[in-house]
Design a protein around this ligand. Sequence first.
Ligand code: AMP
Length: 305
Amino acid sequence: MSVLVVGSIALDTVKTPIEEHADLLGGSASYAAVGASFFSPVQMVGVVGEDFPTAHVDYFKSRQIDLEGLQIVPGKTFRWSGEYMWDLNTRETRSVDLNVFEHFEPKLPASYRTTPYVLLANIGPNLQSHVLDQMDKAKFVIADTMDLWIKIANADLIALLKRVDMIILNDSEARQLTGETNLIKAGAAIRAMGPRFVAVKKGEHGCLLFGEHKFFSCPAYPLEDIHDPTGAGDTFAGGLTGWLAAQDPAEVHFEVLRKAVVHGSVLASFNVEKFSLERMRTLTQEDIAQRYEMFRIMSHFEAIE
Ligand code: AMP
């Protein structure tokens, strides 16, 4: 089954304590669409300017991503720049140039309106809702968000939460959204706002999945060599949704989402090994299967006899 992905497509400048690279392919939709493409056909909705390198468009095509929903308009592509502190966990945004993103209005081609799995990658919640307005009833809708929208578009985000099956956010955002310091309480409070499932990402410490009276803690892969954490969350969301769409269960239940969350974590763990989407270019199905197995072995333990 196909996945529709909407989000930002960007040219990023990223600085870590060791390296700095400019004009990298980035954006929430880029990471999410490429992540999902390892498992399912993907349709991508986004906007870029005329300066967007053809090589990046060709890369999306090489991943079999359908680009009928990609708008190429006069002006410059959205640009974002961020700097990581020594722990590679804390990040500061250095600059944001919205450019063509400022007037972006997602328009769904007719062939996208019945796509069963929808990933609303990180963009303003009003735009995410606008995508849902154009869809016939999707089978499963997942949304990602960020601290900015909790702060400046809270009412839009609360309205969106009533329309999605699953929300993905990080631990500090879950606390910010609910006012709860405890993540278990925060997960329950977010479920009460609408989504049946909540995934709370904890960066290098993995992720928590909440369902009705159900809880799963997915570990993070113990990587020694992280080069660029940018897009880990988006790749996680893409891998999760793509794998879920490939299974296409009659009903999406907690047990299948546990495995989907691990697949998202596997993809994210590869993505941070190199800058931008570089690691995705050489990633194979065998790499994915091997790391999934490592995750499984790592988190398994025996009952007391
Ligand atoms: P993450 O590391 O998961 O937070 O995602 C980083 C990506 O999000 C970068 O490639 C940026 O281009 C993109 N990004 C940064 N700010 C925004 C924003 N306000 N809206 C949409 N995408 C953004």
